[in-house]
Design a protein around this ligand. Structure first.
Ligand code: GDP
Ligand code: MG
Length: 231
């Protein structure tokens, strides 16, 4: 009987500490002028594939992007992202199912944030835990690949609720898996009416330029659909 309230209390303390660390991070990002975008999704939805293209496109346009990427193990994704030429660092979490603000703060130690225009944070692939942990981002983007099923937003509403935009990925496969666009959009709208929804294929590049423009407009705070976070 007494164990449950104690667990709740510990969890609340962890979240409170994380919120404080995230607020401090967001202030550092604001002072440095770097716009921070986090990516959340289930494993394999295409976060890293999207970032590979996004980093290359932004570099080509003269922006200075960087990326942090969280997984339980391996440096694989950081290696993939570093090929773009942008700074990229892996955060390995061991058994932890999400990134926390303190992990982000540790990973950017030694980086001069003022040298960056965009910092992408790829969270650990998980539709549950990352929802509760602010990592100091300005914009949280939730990805949903066409191969996952149109009702994921209904099954995992919290993560869609915590996001500022949704991106449907792997649209090159939509026909093959008979993806029902109407059902997917209704699922998202049922959870978060008016959440901006974009579409992309990192394989063909379809939708990439629109998504980059969206991120740029969020950075410039000129996008009416884009409620960039502030404390
Ligand atoms: N056909 C297709 N495959 C993709 C696309 N994006 C990612 N993939 C594949 O999906 C798998 C998982 O992608 P990855 O970026 O590692 O997902 P993450 O776990 O969310 O970072 C890889 O085999 C990718 O090549 C896409 O737009 N189209
Ligand atoms: Mg990845």
């Amino acid at each position: 009987m007494t164990a449950i309230p104690r667990i709740v209390e510990v969890r609340q303390n962890i979240l409170r500490r994380n919120d404080e660390a995230a607020r401090a991070l967001r202030e550092r990002f604001r002072e440095a002028g770097v716009f921070v975008v986090s990516l959340v999704s289930s494993p394999g939805s295409g976060k890293t594939a999207f970032l590979e293209r996004a980093l290359a496109l932004l570099l080509k346009e003269g922006y200075r992007p960087a990326a942090l990427v969280g997984d339980l193990a391996t440096e694989n994704d950081a290696v993939r992202l570093a090929r773009s030429g942008a700074p990229a660092k892996q955060i390995t979490t061991g058994t932890v199912c999400h990134l926390e603000a303190a992990m982000v703060a540790g990973a950017i130690e030694g980086w001069n944030l003022a040298d960056l225009d965009f910092l992408f944070i790829e969270n650990v692939g998980n539709l549950v835990c990352p929802a509760s942990f602010d990592v100091g981002e300005n914009l949280r983007v939730v990805l949903l690949s066409v191969t996952e099923g149109e009702d994921k937003p209904l099954k995992y509403p919290t993560i869609f609720n915590s996001a500022d935009a949704a991106v449907v990925t792997k649209i090159d496969l939509a026909e093959a898996v008979e993806f029902d666009w109407g059902a997917a959009e209704s699922s998202i709208a049922a959870v978060r009416p008016a959440l901006p929804v974009l579409r992309v294929s990192s394989k063909t590049g379809a939708g990439m330029s629109g998504l980059i423009e969206f991120l740029k407009s969020c950075r410039a705070q000129s996008c009416p659909a884009c409620p960039a976070r502030a404390d």
